[in-house]
Design a protein around this ligand. Structure first.
Ligand code: F0G
Length: 352
């Protein structure tokens, strides 16, 4: 039986005898080969389905570590700014750990499912008339007070927990892939994966991937080397104009001979529908920046045909039902409650 990350990766994490055995059985997520897209794109393509974590995103890996350390350090409350997933994860683990949880989100700019999670888990939710970057500035100040722990990815324990996904990728493939393709918002996760790949390589000689990170083109601070005062993208999870781990992300690119590039909302939406309709995998829009990026890099010849590419699908598609419904061409066909009407409608095909 799986007992979660702090148990399984104890030796590779900052776990001490005083660290509580907190878990929601996060980690050990599905690793799936993209059978149809591998053929269509002429690569060996895989996805790491982080939306299968207990609160539906990769944040649970870092949050269990950050929350356990907050308890160990005698914290009474945790605080975060969030585009939605961090707040959902913080709220869940805080509920389980009996800690007060304060979250600050950008008003009107988080997916509905994520808001549902934060309120269900009982967090104190503040919705600011501003964006994520501004929310982060505010919570950083409040977190200077005693007893309140910041659980954004600036908290080093978050990165430690999140690096475990790289271990699982290497275990699944038997080695590191040629390329890791990953969405970039604050750039905490790309930093975490790289640390994970390096540590696993030192222990198990699994090799190192080239790290390819993808921002949304309306929020492409690292790619364009400038702060976006007003970031905008359909992928609200990565609607970030001043990434917290900007510097570390550039180091990852240098060390791994990788790249951070941007993909348009159109490219993200195309990948979003491709994944669902060609592979049966429903990931939230931000996650699909990874596949959109791979397609772009293949066209540029920067990812070579025949290579192994792992895509990190950071969050579950169900978190953002509105984007799915609004951008899908297929709509339910409304018919009378009548067998003949149903038969007639079926003959017309589902596009009618
Ligand atoms: N994908 C999803 C689904 C996310 O929620 C995030 C970040 C990212 C990718 C980017 O990861 O920031 O480590 O580069 N979401 C944060 C949040 C900002 O508040 O939930 P990153």
């Amino acid at each position: 039986m799986w007992h979660g990350l702090l148990h399984h990766y104890r030796d590779s994490l900052p776990v001490t005898d005083d660290t509580p055995a907190l878990t929601l059985n996060e980690g050990d997520t599905p690793f799936i080969r993209l059978e149809n897209l591998s053929r269509d794109l002429d690569i060996d393509a895989y996805v790491k389905v982080e939306g299968a974590n207990p609160t539906g995103s990769f944040k649970d890996r870092g949050m269990v570590m950050a929350m356990a350390k907050a308890i160990e350090d005698g914290s009474e409350a945790v605080i975060c700014a969030s585009t939605g997933n961090t707040s959902a994860s913080a709220a869940a683990f805080a509920a389980r750990a009996n800690l007060r949880c304060i979250v600050v989100i950008p008003d009107g700019k988080i997916a509905e499912g994520k808001l549902a999670q934060a309120v269900m888990y009982g967090a104190e939710v503040f919705s600011i008339r501003g964006n994520f970057d501004q929310a982060l500035e505010i919570v950083k100040e409040v977190a200077k007070e005693d007893g309140i722990t910041l659980v954004n990815s600036l908290n080093p324990n978050r990165i430690e927990g999140q690096k475990t996904a790289a271990f699982e990728v290497c275990d699944a493939l038997g080695k590191a892939p040629d390329y890791l393709s990953i969405p970039v918002g604050n750039a905490g996760n790309i930093t975490a994966y790289w640390r994970g790949f390096k540590q696993y390589n030192e222990k198990h000689a699994t090799g190192l991937p080239k790290m390819f990170g993808f921002e949304a083109s309306g929020a492409a601070a690292i790619t364009d080397d400038r702060i976006y005062e007003q970031p905008e993208t359909v992928a609200t999870a990565i609607r970030i104009g001043n990434p917290a781990s900007w510097g570390p992300a550039n180091t990852v690119v240098e060390e791994s001979d990788g790249e951070i590039d941007k993909v348009t909302d159109e490219e993200i939406m195309k990948a979003y529908h491709l994944l669902a309709q060609k592979e049966g995998i429903f990931a939230e829009p931000a996650s699909c920046a990874s596949l959109a990026g791979t397609i772009k890099k293949l066209e540029q010849g920067k990812i070579t045909k025949g290579s192994t590419v792992v895509h990190v699908l950071t969050g579950n598609g169900l978190k953002d039902p509105n984007t799915a419904i609004d951008t899908s061409e297929l709509k339910p066909t409304v018919i009378e409650n009548d067998l003949q009407a149903f038969r007639d409608a079926l003959k017309g095909g589902h596009h009618e």
